[in-house]
Design a protein around this ligand. Structure first.
Ligand code: SAH
Length: 557
């Protein structure tokens, strides 16, 4: 089964074309095909990492890379074997080492390792090498518990002690703020501890804003048990090379083949069980699998969700066309084999694209949504709506956002990029009025439904681009005391930042899944009269390189 799609999705759900049970950032650990490594479909959709381009950026390699031969001034050549001490990790999870001052990135190598590696490609300012031997291991190196870790690539840091992962993520946020945002960051010793899972709002925020205290980057709020956290699996379907059996799992590293997979250690177990049951059912009904090369075949993806709070499960079969043979039997078998199933849907996607969902979703049986609770608020989640994938950490992230908003019940609050109204409804309980804006119409339908479901009457929602809607609200006289933003990886649109500066809210709470664009946007807001007081990273995606971060900005005057 050959797949034509780019290998790099993102584990961050804000990039909605991820693949595989682990739903993942495929980074081709150990592969030399780096140009596409960490960008992939989400970047294609959203533009390539604006504000990124720090060490580990794929841009330099695509400009200056030489697969063979020598570059003047570069002390190594492709094919050469070198020994390296690994001194850092890029934001894509590659080890960083140096030979005579020249930087090499080595997949799979960790800070503290000493490795032998073969130079794979060289550019003017850095190159890439493949680890051939681990000469001595960092004391934080662990055996990755997942048996398919090397071929999958969904996780990048399973072979690193969890505490070391969290330390690195904090450092990564701090480094991004300093390097990209040119912002002063407090030394870690001086930072308040958030190891108890709470976000500590440091001191008098307004005083800190006027005297330019350095930004406090708190320790990352990690998980006590950093496994089995994902509430959603998106599994590409294909067929086995030998025998043509319908399989589903993930795209193998460095190739376009689908590998069958029934277990993923970061998935909630009910999702594994559901995927297994759906694959078995599809096989027993003789469904064909979609062939990305020819565009033929029926089943493209199986997407499943599990709502931990209610036990409800959703099954979505993404098919290449409307026609679904044996529909009644399919539904009967899924109901029999999947405990707690509350919704069985078909999504039709006939486009030759790596994007998972098509536009049309049809309920085959049950509800069009499943319900989950976060922090005592109930959410209806439909097949295509964005919903954070790690419920334990989501609650902690939202609590940090609410705490930073410092609401007394009198405020007007705007929540930009609001999805199904999750943060909006968290805030609504503490504010006079909240406004949520989101570009996906179905998500706003869910948001309105969720407000009603929770008896929340002071929330108003609008469909559209935040950069278009905020100026309209401004013209209509909406004057927010607090603006919360939670944009996709590409960060906030410049027009939105501009409108925010004109609206002059007392506080801005910036929730980000990409430290690079966060740092870029904070710089703009700082130049426009705000001070970043503190940042609270939250580990939403243990064992991956991703880190979510909630930051507080306060107006200077
Ligand atoms: N705050 C929500 C959703 C965050 S994900 C939560 O925590 O659940 C980011 C959201 O921004 C997605 O739902 C995406 O559809 C939406 N989005 C992307 N571009 C947008 C834009 N220009 N204006 C408004 N919303 C946008």
């Amino acid at each position: 089964m050959r797949e034509r799609v780019s290998k790099a999705g993102s584990v961050c759900e804000k990039a909605r074309t991820e693949r595989g049970l682990g739903a993942v950032a495929r980074q081709q650990r150990g592969s030399s095909k780096q140009g596409r490594g960490a960008s992939g479909s989400s970047d294609r959709r959203e533009g390539r990492r604006p504000g990124g381009g720090g060490i580990g950026s794929s841009r330099d390699s695509s400009r200056g890379s030489e697969k063979s031969g020598r570059i003047t001034g570069v002390p190594v050549e492709a094919g050469q074997s070198v020994e390296l001490s690994i001194v850092g990790l890029t934001h894509e999870g590659e080890g960083v080492g140096r030979v005579e001052g020249y930087t090499l990135f080595v997949r799979g190598a960790l800070p503290g390792d000493r490795v032998r590696a073969e130079v794979a490609s060289i550019g003017k300012s850095f190159g890439r090498a493949r680890m051939t031997e681990l000469l001595s291991a960092s004391e934080d190196r662990r055996a990755a518990p997942c048996p398919i870790y090397d071929s999958c690539g969904g996780c990048q840091l399973q072979h690193w002690d969890y505490a070391a992962q969290l330390r690195w993520k904090r450092q990564h946020v701090a480094d991004s703020l300093a390097r990209i945002g040119k912002l002063p960051v407090a030394p870690f010793e001086a930072s308040a501890s958030a190891a108890d899972g709470s976000a500590a709002v440091g001191g008098d925020a307004t005083a800190a804003a006027s005297e330019r205290a350095p930004i406090v980057v708190h320790p990352v709020i990690g998980m006590e048990e950093p496994w089995r956290y994902r509430n959603k699996a998106q599994v590409p379907i294909g067929s086995s090379i030998a025998g043509g059996l319908l399989i589903g799992g993930f795209f193998e590293q460095g190739s376009h083949d689908i590998v069958d997979m029934d277990a993923c250690l970061i998935q909630q177990e009910p999702n594994e069980e559901t995927v297994r049951a759906v694959k078995e059912t599809a096989r027993s009904l003789g469904y064909s699998s979609y062939d990305r090369e020819t565009g033929r075949g029926l089943l493209r993806h199986v997407v499943v969700r599990h709502a931990a709070a209610t036990g409800e499960r959703m099954v979505v079969l993404v098919t290449n066309g409307r026609d679904l043979p044996h529909e009644d039997e399919l539904v009967a078998l899924i109901r029999e084999r999947v405990p707690g199933v509350a919704s069985v849907c078909q999504n039709v996607n006939t486009a030759r694209t790596p994007v998972v969902f098509g536009d049309e979703t049809r309920v085959l049986w049950g509800n069009d949504v499943i319900y989950d609770d976060i922090g005592g608020i109930r959410f209806a989640i439909s097949a295509r709506s964005f919903f954070q994938v790690n419920p334990t950490q989501t609650e902690r992230l939202y609590r940090a956002a609410v705490e930073y908003a410092a609401l007394t019940g009198e405020e007007t609050v705007v929540d930009a990029y609001c999805g199904i109204g999750t943060i909006t409804l968290f805030l609504a309980k503490h504010a006079r009025r909240v406004y949520g804006v989101e570009i996906v119409p179905e998500a706003i339908e869910d948001a309105r439904r969720n407000a009603a479901l929770n008896g929340i009457a002071n929330a108003e929602f609008a469909v559209g681009a935040a950069e278009d809607i905020l100026p309209r609200w401004q013209a209509a006289g909406v004057s927010p005391d607090v603006i919360v933003v939670d944009p996709p990886r590409k960060g906030c649109d410049p027009r939105l930042l501009d409108t925010m500066l004109q609206l002059r809210p007392q506080r801005i709470v910036y929730v980000s899944c990409n430290p690079s664009t966060l740092a870029r946007d904070l710089r703009v807001l700082e130049d426009g009269g705000y001070r970043t007081i503190e940042a609270q990273p939250v580990d939403m995606f243990p064992h991956t390189v991703h880190v979510e971060c909630c930051s507080l900005l306060v107006r200077k005057d």
